[in-house]
Design a protein around this ligand. Sequence first.
Ligand code: ADP
Ligand code: MG
Length: 210
Amino acid sequence: MGKDTLSINETRDMMIAVANKIIEAEPILTDADRALGDGDHGVGMERGMNAVKEALEHQEFASVGKVFMAVGMAMMSSMGGASGAVFGTLFRSGGKAVKDAESLDAAGMVAVFKEGTEGVMTRGGAKPGDKTMVDALLPAAEAGEKAAASSVYDALVAIADGAEAGREASKDMIATMGRAKTLGEKSLGKADAGAVSVAIIAATMRDYAA
Ligand code: ADP
Ligand code: MG
């Protein structure tokens, strides 16, 4: 079953649940980035998500899009670095796709992931297969499009499945972007840290909408 649409306040509460889940996953994200990068992804995301909670808690928003835009702004301004820019862009670009909507339906949810992914790719320059968060985002957005005419919950089931499949597939990719690039073939076998974050974010959104 699951929810058909999400109100503005439900969208806000869903993103607070996402923030709590990412904060809880800090050790997992740290380990993932330690294997391929510099190990700061967990702490960076934790800092970003604490800023997200501060921006969302006890606030009222005029649209669902403004909730996502506030998430992006908080991440961008608190995290810094490559991932602050790309995760900030994900939610700012995604939020703009539903900036006047007073509720979030399946099509709106899919638009958030689709526009957010396009924003990340434009801003960060990563292509599919480069072993970045794009490799979780793109299959998530594509899977969502097939469920865009259903409930927001069904769309999020598809989106979370796509993100999880992409996270898993990133293990078989050789990094060609960012810090992991220097590892070349040694980057095989491990999932990209940003893709791990995207899979957790999507799964938490799905569980909220259940
Ligand atoms: P940093 O790379 O500055 O140490 P983090 O460790 O927090 O930042 O985040 C690394 C993650 O950010 C990577 O695993 C990747 O998924 C994502 N990322 C980094 N650069 C890009 C980019 N240009 N495009 C898309 N995603 C990126
Ligand atoms: Mg890092």
